[in-house]
Design a protein around this ligand. Sequence first.
Ligand SMILES: [Zn+2]
Length: 171
Amino acid sequence: MGFNWLSSKAETRKSHISGKGTFAKKNIKKGEIVAVFGGHVFNFTTWDKLPEDVKYEDLQIGEDLIIGPKKKEEVGEGDYVNHSCEPNAGIRGQIFLVAMKGIKRDEEITFDYSMVLCGSEFKMRCRCGKKSCRKVITANDWKKQELQKRYRGYFSYFLQQKIDKTSRALP
Ligand SMILES: [Zn+2]
């Protein structure tokens, strides 16, 4: 039993990207909420000790804050959202997943993990297969100016604040 809310227009299915993924059951409009992530809130010290099959279903929501399941039985619908380098969804606030564009029925719903990751040793090989695939995803990807521009408004709130603070004033 998971902690998340998942839109009735979405469901968990087997994914060709990795393991399980979240897919659209019906067409989803730009801006619609696809999922709301819930769970325990804890820091990286606690996260480090979590079982491997749970760790990567969690979501970073602050510099040293993570939300999500702590054990396998708590992983549920909505926890399986894969990364893509050309995503169709993004983060609103810290725990809302919203459609960045119209998503068609049977399309896999993805977001770019750079929208939430920072300050950890996280490293993942990407198999999204998109043209602009970065191949390796790290917790430093948010620093890339191109991504800061592309995902403006879709970064987790804490990360958007960090970006706004560090980036020079742009016209
Ligand atoms: Zn990729």
